[in-house]
Design a protein around this ligand. Structure first.
Ligand SMILES: *[C@@H]1O[C@H](CO)[C@@H](O)[C@H](O)[C@H]1NC(C)=O
Ligand SMILES: *[C@@H]1O[C@H](CO)[C@@H](O)[C@H](O)[C@H]1NC(C)=O
Ligand SMILES: *[C@@H]1O[C@H](CO)[C@@H](O)[C@H](O)[C@H]1NC(C)=O
Ligand SMILES: *[C@@H]1O[C@H](CO)[C@@H](O)[C@H](O)[C@H]1NC(C)=O
Ligand SMILES: *[C@@H]1O[C@H](CO)[C@@H](O)[C@H](O)[C@H]1NC(C)=O
Ligand SMILES: *[C@@H]1O[C@H](CO)[C@@H](O)[C@H](O)[C@H]1NC(C)=O
Length: 937
């Protein structure tokens, strides 16, 4: 089955850990004044306007500070209350630090808080204000120098009054669902000229970064992550003399480049990740000697890493992942003695890893995955004794890798070597030694011929990848006892396993989320993983017997792929119990029989149902129409005996309906042409007994003519992922299930391993459709493939077919069509295959353009057709010499038929990055590195 693994790196933007400012507790002298009575009662009113709710705060150290605010006992000096600070001389409340205080409730301008007009410092971060607006009465607190309302469930537009707090030196409103449109970012900062710290992360700003920010010369910290900023980032901001923290990550629309840093700078932290910054790293970056953190992953940077980077000796974390950097790792990295975190993932780095890496003894995480590094894995890696995390996967490392060497890295618990050209070698003694406990192990395509023995004693594994190896035969019994409680994902696909050996029918891994045993040759009955399982991939094996009813206990199952086995008997009727979790149900190509389950529930999340190539019979249950999210339904090659399921017309997302080779019958009536089947793109009704007129209305409503590029490049597939947290990163293993299908093209079964979202096809062939081809067919302008062959169609070929400008394959053969082939068809510049054979067509074969590429066979069986490529000359048409290479060409075009598969690349030059591909898509070893930003809460 076409499910493939993608590594996907994701940054858990822990950088947002807001800086909590602790108020220095002043040591009070004996002249300490008591708090003022009015302010005390404002505080108590404030306290009473909220409820205490532990889940309103998320920091682990959160506690309700206001709990101590009480008049009981001798406690009425509010200046001594937790979180309250008073002026030493006047006794006015000047500071309120209630961050992470479990406050829950709405707040508005009538709140007594806004009577505390002497407040200079207010911190309400990490509470829950129930999506209140920031009250405009905030302007009463005109002495505020410090305001932190971050991460507190405020919402909507920031009031203008915030920009009147002109004394503010620190403003943090980040991580709320706030907007900053009117006032704009520009007008907000125009007045706030004293700002030193500004944090507006994760709110909706949607604007350019105003140049005026570069005037805030006192600015030390600017955090604007994930604000949907646009346009060019002002270079002047890099020049701010006091700036230490600059974060604009996650603004994908923000463009910019790094300037020539010919000035001294205090910049310590620079996070431009996941923006559209581009260009090279200037050599002058070596002048930013204070830098400890550079995060620029997921931008459009390119070029070589300047060796001056090695001058940044304070550097602790460097993440250049997901750009197009090239060249070698500079040997100057030897000077980065403080570096503990180095991520170069997903670039085009080449060469061996420099031995200087061995000097980076503080390194605890090294990710070189997804590059073009080659040669042996250098022994210098084994000097990095602090390493916890090592990812070398998806490179071109070669040679043998001795596992014993990794054992010396005592802290190493996450090791990924998958998809290189290495052979993983385990010594005999290894199994009996005490090893570190691995958590994640990626050993896919490591030339393993058996399960490594050391795994037997691993009891903390969460993720184990052993797919694409040469593991033969039976699974050893100890495998079933390995990491019983911890294992979350195990992939054994694409090996040569023949038996699961001794295992209980219910597999023992109690917390398993993903089990992939597909593409082996495993015999025996189908094992059932634990009820925690989210994805079960067992396709392409030799499992026999019934599918046990126990499978329905997998109550969270999202993907069930049992395709291409020898499973028999009826489907368990309890399938509907997957209720609202199952998204993909694929049991294609087994020997299952009987009727399909009758009960399909409302609330179903099913997107793909593939029952094709079994022996199912009978009617289709009408309750299938309850699966409102269905995108693809493939029932082909069974013995269903029913009329056309026009009752599926209400499904808003149904794109693919394949009923090929069943016993469907009767005319097809679409009653409400404007509303039914609003999204169909691929309809295959071939090899049934449908009668009546061609139901071209099925596609007339199609929305398929979307033009955005992203849509053109995407496939009908289901993505899901397993996220492994490490350090500031979430490391995501993404599993893609791609819908695959077979369609018949010129009598050839063609497998589409992936189906592009834009692919549009109609196959009505081999039925008993009669009458003329409706002219309205010319309105389905998005059609790529049209097959009407082997029906009883009469009359002329409609001229409107010439409007189907995207058509790549047109088959009208074996009908009773009359008249001439319309000259308009020469407008179909993408037409790769054309067949009108065995009709009663007359006259001249259209000449020129694509028609010069079609062979005799496209036209044969029309005794009155003439002109090239037919040998029959037209009466008044000057004949051309026959093509000398005809026989050779037809040979070439026939040869793929011998394999039963066909590879046809069509549509090149049509302006898409990837043309629509008809046929077997060869998935190259071409791993796409994807990314996403990810909020914490
Ligand atoms: C403001 O909040 C108070 C107390 O929570 C409430 O009684 C009052 O109705 C609110 N006023 C407005 C205008 O929403
Ligand atoms: C700037 O501050 C002044 C004085 O507080 C105020 O009147 C004015 O409205 C503010 N401007 C903006 C754009 O907020
Ligand atoms: C690194 O720093 C040294 C000493 O400060 C300087 O001489 C050298 O030019 C710098 N190297 C680069 C590549 O900037
Ligand atoms: C790496 O380890 C080897 C052997 O343990 C040692 O000889 C060598 O000096 C080390 N290299 C560095 C750069 O520490
Ligand atoms: C790297 O490590 C080796 C071996 O420990 C040492 O001899 C060498 O001086 C180190 N290089 C630097 C630049 O620190
Ligand atoms: C490992 O230990 C087992 C049982 O303790 C023993 O039978 C086996 O011979 C040992 N293997 C090696 C290679 O030492």
């Amino acid at each position: 089955m076409a499910s493939s693994l993608y590594h996907l790196k994701f940054v858990n933007l822990l950088s947002f850990l807001s800086t909590f400012h602790l108020i220095a507790t002043l040591s009070f002298s004996s002249v300490q004044p008591l708090c003022r009575g009015d302010e005390r009662s404002y505080l108590l009113q404030f306290k009473d306007s909220f409820v205490i709710n532990k889940s309103a705060s998320s920091e682990p150290w959160a506690y309700p500070k206001v709990a101590s605010w009480t008049l009981e006992g001798n406690n009425n000096d509010c200046c001594s209350w937790d979180g309250v600070e008073c002026d030493e001389f006047t006794g006015h409340v000047i500071g309120l630090d209630l961050n992470s205080s479990c406050l829950y409730g709405s707040i508005n301008s009538t709140n007594s808080l806004f009577h505390l007009v002497h407040l200079q410092m207010l911190n309400l971060a990490d509470n829950h204000f129930n999506y209140s607006q920031i009250p405009s009465a905030i302007s009463n607190l005109s002495k505020l120098t410090y305001l932190d309302l971050s991460f507190s469930a405020f919402s909507s537009q920031i009031p203008l009054e915030v920009s009147q707090l002109s004394q503010l030196s620190s403003l943090n409103l980040g991580r709320n669902s706030l907007e900053l449109k009117k006032p704009s970012l520009r007008s907000l900062v125009e007045n706030l000229t004293c700002l030193e710290k500004l944090d507006l992360s994760e709110m909706e700003i949607i604007s350019m970064v105003p140049n005026i920010l570069a005037n805030l010369s006192s600015l030390t910290s600017l955090r604007l992550g994930n604000c949907r900023l646009l346009g060019e980032f002002p270079v002047g901001i890099f020049k701010l003399p006091n700036l230490r923290v600059l974060e604009v990550w996650g603004n994908e629309g923000l463009i910019g480049h790094l300037p020539d840093f010919q000035w001294s700078s205090n910049l310590e932290r620079m996070d431009l990740s996941n923006t559209s910054f581009s260009g090279m790293l200037p050599s002058s970056i070596g002048n930013l000697g204070s830098l400890t953190t550079i995060f620029i992953w997921g931008c459009n940077f390119s070029g070589f890493i300047p060796s001056s980077l090695g001058n940044l000796t304070r550097l602790n974390s460097l993440d250049l992942s997901l750009n197009t950097f090239e060249g070698h790792i500079p040997s100057s990295f030897v000077n980065l003695g403080q570096l503990s975190f180095l991520y170069l993932t997903g670039n085009e780095f080449t060469g061996p890893i420099p031995f200087e890496l061995a000097n980076l003894t503080k390194l605890i995480a090294l990710n070189l995955g997804g590059n073009n590094f080659a040669d042996q894995i250098p022994s210098s890696i084994f000097n990095l004794t602090n390493l916890e995390f090592l990812d070398l996967s998806y490179n071109y490392f070669s040679g043998t890798v001795e596992f014993d060497k990794f054992v010396k890295l005592k802290k190493l618990t996450m090791l990924y070597l998958s998809y290189n050209q290495v052979s993983f070698l385990e010594s005999e003694t290894c199994a009996n030694r005490t090893l570190q406990k691995f958590v994640n192990l990626g050993l896919a395509q490591c030339n393993l011929s058996k399960f490594p023995n050391f795994l037997a004693k691993q009891d903390e594994l969460e993720l184990l990848e052993l797919q694409d190896n040469n593991i033969h035969g039976q699974v050893p019994e100890w495998v079933w006892n390995m990491s019983k409680e911890s294992l979350k994902a195990i992939r054994l696909s694409h090996n040569f396993l023949t038996s699961l050996g001794q295992h209980p029918i219910l597999l023992p891994w109690t917390d398993l989320a993903i089990l992939d045993i597909s593409s082996n040759n495993i015999q025996g009955s189908l094992p059932i993983p634990s009820s925690s399982t989210l994805q079960y991939h067992a396709s392409n094996n030799s499992f026999i017997g019934k599918i046990s009813e126990l499978i329905c206990n997998l109550s969270s199952l999202q993907v069930l792929d049992l395709s291409e086995n020898n499973l028999s008997g009826p489907l368990p009727q309890c399938l509907h119990r997957f209720g609202d979790s199952l998204v993909v149900l694929d049991i294609r190509r087994n020997k299952l029989e009987g009727s399909i389950p009758q009960t399909w529930a409302n609330g179903s999340k099913l997107m793909i149902i593939d029952f094709s190539q079994n022996k199912f019979q009978g009617w289709l249950p009408r309750s299938l129409a309850k699966c409102k999210t269905l995108k693809a339904l493939d029932l082909s090659n069974n013995q269903f005996n029913d009329t056309f399921p026009s009752w599926l017309g209400s499904l808003p997302d149904l794109k693919i309906l394949i009923l090929r080779s069943n016993k469907f019958y009767g005319p097809i009536k679409i009653h409400n042409v404007n509303y039914e089947f609003p999204n169909l793109q691929i309809v295959d009704l071939s090899y049934n007994s449908f009668t009546g007129m061609l139901p071209v209305e099925l596609l007339l409503n199609s929305n398929a003519s979307r033009s955005d590029l992203a849509y053109h490049l995407s496939y009908i597939q289901v993505n899901s992922s397993l996220v492994v947290e490490y350090n500031y990163q979430n490391y995501e293993f993404q599993f893609k299930y791609s819908f695959s299908m077979m369609m018949t093209n010129k009598g050839v079964n063609t497998i589409y391993e992936k189906v592009q979202e834009i692919f549009t096809a109609l196959d009505f062939s081999s039925n008993r459709f009669a009458g003329a081809i409706p002219e309205s067919i010319g309105n389905i302008k998005v059609l790529h493939l049209l097959n009407l062959s082997n029906n009883i169609l009469t009359d002329h070929i409609p001229l409107t077919l010439g409007n189907l400008v995207k058509l790549e394959s047109l088959d009208l053969s074996q009908n009773k069509l009359v008249g001439e082939i319309p000259q308009q068809l020469t407008q179909l510049t993408f037409l790769e295959s054309f067949n009108v054979s065995h009709n009663d067509l007359v006259g001249l074969v259209p000449q020129g353009k694509q028609f010069n590429t079609f062979q005799n066979s496209s036209f044969e069986g029309n005794s009155k057709l003439c002109g090239n490529p037919l040998s029959k000359k037209c009466k008044y048409y000057e004949s051309l010499p026959p093509l000398s290479s005809t026989s050779e060409k037809s040979q070439a075009s026939r040869s793929p038929l011998q394999f039963g598969w066909r590879i046809v690349m069509i549509g090149y030059g049509c302006g898409l990055l990837v043309g629509v591909t008809i046929g077997h898509v060869v998935i190259a070893r071409n791993h796409v590195w994807l990314m996403k930003t990810f909020g914490v809460r």
